[in-house]
Design a protein around this ligand. Structure first.
Ligand code: ACM
Ligand code: ZN
Length: 534
């Protein structure tokens, strides 16, 4: 090959790559010659199963292009200039194949989820301006020729949002869901309950929200103007009605996201106990000092009424969430009240427990039976292993225990502080960053996150469901700040959980992240620019 020809080919390849910047990177992607041009005459041809994805796609293409694309039902008669969505074949329901030629776009998948992911990839193959909410003129809506065969590495690709420390409205939560879906994340862990606010309506216990959803002020030493979640009397907070919860769950489901609610217990329960102090240890202040100078509430583990209350709450929570798991928290339980409570000590004696750690295990096992009776599975943080892990429980590993749990046959989600705590700073120069809780989690570290623990033998590896990032919001009082902590780190998290380990490529990822900034900018997302020094 002449030097000249080699240069031309290299340039052509570079151009192809410049226009293909899909995140997470597909398992297999082969650029092809030519391109498909979307115009007002393009039709979306779909079968019944793929129709919801077709409708979402048409709506999303319309904002920027202004095209009102026709949706046709007869996949047998599709012709040129069409986008086909065809559900067929067998395999991983989240997998898909996408083919782009000058004649059209074809997405094949065994199920609706895969079709949806194919459409997310298609959007990322279009110019970034496609993500604009307003009509864009002067752009050629072309899609580079490509053959893609794609499937996820892990079935759990999660993101946790804490709506207790600060409240985020239903439209704000839906914005987070849209951003998750764009990068093929499929599990939204909704941290609905903590010391600083109870956020889900429970009809049998109205004070959980009339009292527990509100506090006097924004708290955490923040400027009151940093948030908007105030009621008419100036109290800070808010909650979701059960109807709103259902709507968010449906919104998520349309984007193939499962919502995992977290109803935190036995610790982090001040909001519930402010409303119903009778479920704390009798004659002892339920609020005990925790790390960071804050107070945390702990339910009484010796009082049967506590478990009746929890069962009532679960009776209303479980029907709202069609997914398998209910997260019950279980982290950072301060056990001093249990040491001083006659009821808790009697429980330890009567149940033949060794200490308060075993009392915690008793608590979780008892709640596990309730969760199971409601047809769900329990998942909890690392600490639920203390005193013995409940038999059917899944573990969310933030400070260890995942390897041991997987070895004994439990399902595990990896969310280690070192790689996935998005409340940590993105720079060591704090003066140029919005206030954060501390720590340092740069983009590259997230990209180095390996959900599969190296110490775990192959026969146990299927118990690792995948990984997730956690966004605790003590210092994050607005959606703009949520977005800043999410991006671009969420893209790295998405890639390490979706793409094959062999496809990991930091330099390539950075390049694609540069293109992705244009998408986020088109959407008005407040991302942290790659060029900003760490
Ligand atoms: C946690 O970060 N306390 C689970
Ligand atoms: Zn007690």
């Amino acid at each position: 090959m002449s030097k000249y020809l080699a240069t031309i080919l290299l340039l052509a390849a570079a151009q192809l790559n410049a226009s293909i910047a899909v995140i997470p990177v597909p398992a297999k992607l082969v650029p092809q010659a030519g391109e498909f041009r979307l115009d007002a005459k393009t039709r979306i041809v779909t079968d019944e199963l793929a129709r919801p994805a077709a409708e979402l796609l048409a709506a999303r293409l319309r904002s920027a292009t202004g095209f009102k694309l026709k949706i046709k039902s007869d996949t047998a008669k599709a012709g040129d200039d069409d986008i086909w969505l065809v559900t067929d074949g067998a395999g991983n329901p989240e997998s898909y194949m996408l083919s782009v030629t000058p004649q059209g776009v074809v997405i094949h998948a065994p199920a609706a989820a895969g079709i949806f992911y194919g459409t997310e990839t298609l959007l990322q193959l279009l110019p970034p301006a496609i993500f604009s909410a307003k009509p864009v003129t002067g752009t050629s809506w072309s899609v580079p020729g490509v053959e893609i065969a794609d499937a996820p590495r892990y079935p759990w690709r999660g993101f946790m949002l804490d709506v207790s420390r600060h409240f985020f409205t239903k439209p704000e939560v839906e914005q987070v869901l849209d951003l998750m879906a764009l990068y093929k994340l499929n599990t939204f862990h909704w941290h609905l309950v903590d010391d600083q606010g109870w956020r889900i309506q429970i009809k049998k216990y109205p004070k959980l929200t009339s009292v527990g959803a509100w506090r006097d002020a924004i708290g955490f030493g923040l400027d009151p103007k940093d948030a908007t979640a105030y009621d008419r009397s100036g109290r800070y907070g808010g909650f979701y009605t059960q109807r709103e919860i259902r709507e968010v769950v449906a919104y998520a489901a349309a984007r193939h996201i499962t919502v995992v609610p977290e109803i935190e217990m036995p610790g982090h329960s001040s909001a519930a106990l402010t409303a119903y102090p009778q479920f704390g240890c009798p004659n002892i202040d339920f609020a005990v000092p925790a790390k960071g100078g804050v107070f945390t509430g702990v339910y009484c583990a010796g009082n049967d009424a506590t478990f009746a209350f929890i069962n009532d709450v679960l009776s209303e929570v479980t029907p709202l969430f069609p997914g398998k798991y209910i997260h019950i928290g279980g982290d950072e339980v301060v056990k001093s009240n249990w040491q001083h409570c006659a009821k808790c000590q009697l429980r330890i004696k009567n149940e033949g427990l060794k200490d308060e750690k075993e009392l915690q295990s008793y608590f979780i096992r008892r709640v596990e039976k309730l969760v199971t009776a409601h047809g769900k599975s329990l998942i909890g943080w690392s600490e639920i292993r203390e005193g013995g892990l409940a038999p059917t429980a899944a573990l969310m590993d933030w400070i260890g225990g995942g390897v041991e749990a997987a070895r004994s046959g439990h399902e595990v989600v990896m969310a280690p502080t070192k790689y996935s705590y998005f409340d940590h700073y993105q720079s060591t120069n704090h003066t140029q960053e919005p206030l954060a809780i501390g720590g340092f989690l740069p983009l590259k570290r997230v990209y180095e996150f390996e959900p599969m623990p190296v110490k775990l033998a192959p026969e146990f590896q299927s118990h690792i469901l995948g990984g997730q990032a956690n966004l605790w919001t003590e210092y994050i009082p607005s959606l703009a700040r949520v977005e800043y902590m999410m991006f671009p780190r969420l893209c790295a998290l998405a890639e390490v959980n979706w793409s094959p380990a062999s496809a990991r490529d930091w330099e390539g990822f950075k390049e694609r992240t540069g293109v992705n900034e244009q998408r986020l900018a088109a959407m008005g997302v407040n991302y942290r620019p790659l060029a900003k020094p760490e």
